[in-house]
Structures are given as C-alpha cells and as structure tokens.
Ligand binder design. Structure first.
Ligand code: NDP
Length: 289
C-alpha cells in the first residue's frame, strides 16, 4: 500500500517518519523544504501536491478542519475511487462529515482519526488514535497506523473521533488550570511546588499533567513549545460544539473554555499550552517551583 502524508508539523513530521520506514510514503508540506528534509531523514519521497492523489491512503495532520476541507477540495479532481483519507487533525465533527460526504462522491472513504500522546508520543511511535468512520476502512489502514500507534480505538461514525479528542483536550486544559491554581496557592503559603507535586503524584489528585507536564515544564520553567496554546483553545471551541449538540449542562468545561480564550489573548496563541499555568501564577503573584 502506498501512503501520502500532508502536514509535516510537530505531530505529522515524526508520524510520517515511522510510516516511511515501513511503507512507501510520499510527503507534501506547505513549506516544501520540510518535505525535502523529511525525505532525506526518513527515505520518504517529497512530491508536488497533486501527486499526493496517487497514494492508496492519504494522511493529513494540519491545524483545523477548514484546512483539511480546502486541501480535499483542491485534490478532488485527481482523487481515485478506493482511496482512504485518514485525517489526523484534531478537527470539527460537523465539518468532517461534510468533507466525508464530498469525498464519498468520488468513492474516497474518510476517517477522522485524531491523535493523542503529544510530540513525545509521536516521536516514540506510541500515540493513541481515536477513529470515526467505517470500521472496514479502519481495518484496511490499521497496518499503517500500527507503525506509530500504541492504541487504536474505533469510537463510532465519522465525527466521533473528533468529538472524543475535543473532550479529552477539554480535560487536559482543565487539569492544567486546576493544578496551577492549587499549586500557586500552596507556593504562596510557603510550600515547595516540587514537594507538593511529589505528594500529589502519590495521591488521588494525580494526572498526566501532574505526573509528566508540570515536573518537566513548570517546575523547571523550561516550557518547551510542543503544542500551541492556540491549538488547545481551538480544541476547547470544538468541545463546546459537542456539548451544544448533546444539549447537556457542563459548567466546568464551559468555564475552562472561557479561561483559555483569555489565556490565548493574554499570553499569545503561539506559546506552549502548559504556559496557561502562568495565568494562575499571575493571579497569585508567585512562580510554581
Ligand atoms: P504545527 O503547527 O506544528 O504544524 C501544522 C502543519 O500544518 C505544518 O506542517 C503546516 O505547514 C501545515 N499547515 C498549516 N496550515 C496549513 C494550510 N492552510 N494548508 C496546508 N498545510 C497547512 O501543528 P501540530 O503538528 O502541533 O498540530 C497538527 C494537528 O494535530 C492540530 O490539529 C493539533 O491540534 C493536533 N495535535 C497536536 C498535538 C501536539 O502535541 N502538537 C497533539 C495532538 C494533536 P507549514 O510547515 O508550512 O507551517
């Protein structure tokens, strides 16, 4: 099976690298030099955009669903029946359904297949993939996904993968804020943030945020840029549309969204998502160390 990968960003670059080691893989990126570097590093083939359509499986990993839909529209005249489009973007269920319907008219199956596990997971080839769309489509591409995924879960029809991802990221965002608020209060009262984390991580309040993100990024003040705050704020917007469609009260998730909109305004969209903790630090007038 021939693969093509669109979008060699923080996630796409390493993922396409794992793929290229096992399957013939063409790569295309808006900034084309990245595709050429990828080809040198992993043995993929940097191709012009239209040549992406020659693949049996087309992958995309770009910021938002609007980008995916535009790319699919542009490629549409060249696409061949039987192709499967696997979209690793963290996107919008509703727009994904429209893209899927447009592709279906050409006989192309679309799977929304967002990723979790972060850049570290992508580099190690250990991401989780949550897939919406036809199950037989997933079974056809599973061997390709297995080159970089530790877990692949079919969660429902088209759009379901995006919905699960948006709620997951709502939880991530909430955990960052909650921990930053709690630790800021403790630091203000003279408790070491590092020691408080040691306790929390051996107790019931722990999470991936407390076990991995805060020790490596906040306590050290390193704040490496792996996942833009603007992209997390985008995911919270998608979570809001999921809540809206379900018509359920969800005050905590809605408040989290409000605060991330403020965080993106105050800190900028390009900082790392974990820097949202700096809002709570500012409110308390401390640094968590
Ligand atoms: P990056 O900003 O690192 O990369 C974005 C990629 O998309 C780049 O290759 C960029 O090209 C390309 N791109 C941007 N806009 C367009 C466009 N209009 N048309 C074509 N290509 C475009 O993003 P990430 O890799 O971090 O994120 C990609 C997706 O994965 C997002 O939906 C994000 O929410 C999700 N995600 C990110 C995670 C992370 O930890 N970073 C974790 C899980 C999911 P160029 O090089 O030219 O800028």
């Amino acid at each position: 099976m021939k693969a093509a990968f669109i979008g060699l960003g923080a996630m796409g670059y390493p993922i396409a690298g794992h793929l290229a080691k096992k399957f013939p893989t063409s790569v295309w990126n808006r900034t084309f030099s990245k595709a050429e570097t990828h080809a040198k590093q992993y043995g993929s083939q940097a191709v012009h955009f239209n040549q992406v359509a020659a693949a049996d499986v087309i992958f995309s990993c770009v910021p938002v669903s609007r980008d995916v839909d535009n790319l699919a529209q542009e490629l549409l005249p060249k696409l061949r029946a039987g192709t499967i489009w696997v979209d690793h973007t963290s996107g919008e269920p509703e727009l994904a359904r429209k893209t899927a319907a447009m592709l279906a008219e050409k006989g192309v199956r679309y799977l929304d297949a967002p990723l979790s596990g972060g850049v570290a997971g992508a580099e190690k080839g250990l991401v989780t993939v949550m897939v919406g769309g036809a199950e037989e489509g997933l079974e056809a591409v599973r061997p390709l996904l297995e080159t970089y995924a530790a877990k692949i879960v079919h969660v429902g029809p088209v759009g379901a993968g995006h919905a699960v991802k948006a709620i997951n990221n709502g939880l991530l965002a909430a955990h960052i804020l909650l921990l930053a608020e709690g630790l800021s209060a403790l630091v203000k009262q003279g408790v070491s943030g590092k020691l408080a984390l040691e306790v929390i991580n051996a107790s019931s309040g722990r999470s991936n945020v407390s076990e991995n993100l805060f020790p490596a990024r906040v306590i050290t003040r390193a704040f490496p840029r792996t996942f833009a705050l603007g992209l997390l704020a985008k995911d919270l917007g998608i979570a809001m549309s999921v809540l809206q469609q379900a018509a359920v009260p969800a005050p905590l998730l809605r408040l989290t969204r409000e605060i991330y909109q403020l965080a993106a305004l105050e800190l900028g969209k390009d900082v790392d998502h974990v820097e949202a903790a700096k809002l709570a630090e500012r409110w308390a007038g401390v640094e968590i160390r």
